[in-house]
Design a protein. Structure first.
Length: 277
């Protein structure tokens, strides 16, 4: 019996993520050599490869121009991820406000969830060699990005209306915020606590001093409820708002690139189609 393309995608993607998690564990155990970096790259390549394990029919849907757009949007997402970020004084300083999911969301809405996910993976692969967190931060953002783009774009693919676009964004925001709480509670904070502070809570509590009454005993509860939850809700709200503002304008540009020079009446037809969504 022939395996489905989706089954292959999931299998290769899970193996890639497992390899990256293994590299994080090795780094935490002080195996900080070229082997760890190699594992990171191999895991990233496996996850990237999972996107291309599609049937011949699916593969024909993306031409060279589409792939070029995905590559450009991936590079733009990586640039936003690396350079366009800043902390807010009302949140811990290590939580950076950034909008790097924006190109992926626009791509996902225009071309479907798979191209959008490809943009997230490109962002991850480009950023990985510059990691300062043993890839923990990048893996966390990868997981959240896949949820945000995958859920939103998938819902919009089957319900192409403005109402369902908003519903998809809302669902993905809730899921991603929940995932952020889990990854911070069980991966990021325990890892950083050992890596940067040798198990001492004082420096970490000092960095979260803007959260009233926070201490070692209630740290995780207050950090998640007062820090992670509102931070992610605010960040994703900004990203989604920008997506709504820019998508209609950029969609016409994508159509021009995909189909060459578009006649005036075709442009009006595209605009009418988008306005009816």
């Amino acid at each position: 019996m022939k395996k489905s393309g989706l089954g292959k995608n999931v299998f290769v993607g899970v193996i890639g993520l497992a390899v990256i998690i293994l590299s994080i564990v090795l780094y935490a155990l002080n195996y900080r050599s070229v082997v760890v970096v190699t594992l990171d790259l191999v895991g990233a390549l496996l996850m990237f490869l999972a996107i291309f394990l599609k049937s011949d029919t699916e593969r024909q849907k993306m031409n060279v121009r589409d792939i070029t757009i995905v590559a450009v949007m991936g590079a733009l997402s990586a640039l936003l991820y690396i350079f366009v970020k800043f902390p807010l004084p009302i949140f811990p300083s290590f939580l950076d406000m950034q909008i790097s999911e924006l190109p992926a969301l626009i791509t996902g809405f225009a071309y479907g969830p798979i191209p959008g996910i490809m943009v997230i993976l490109i962002r991850f692969v480009i950023k990985l060699p510059f990691t300062s967190t043993a890839a923990v931060g990048e893996v966390t953002d990868l997981i959240l990005g896949l949820i945000v783009v995958g859920v939103s774009a998938t819902i919009y693919k089957y319900k192409r209306t403005f109402k369902w676009a908003l519903i998809g964004m809302a669902i993905s925001m809730v899921l991603a915020t929940g995932a952020a709480c889990l990854t911070n509670a069980f991966i990021s904070i325990p890892f950083y606590l050992e890596l940067y502070f040798q198990g001492s809570w004082e420096p970490l509590i000092a960095m979260c001093s803007m959260i009233p009454g926070i201490n070692k005993d209630n740290f995780m509860t207050l950090y998640l409820l007062v820090g992670i939850v509102p931070f992610n809700l605010l960040r994703y709200s900004i990203v989604y708002l920008l997506t709504v503002i820019l998508y209609k304008r950029l969609h016409i540009l994508f159509e021009r690139i995909a189909h060459g020079k578009v006649k005036k009446e075709q442009t009006q037809e595209i605009k009418q189609t988008i306005n009816n969504q």
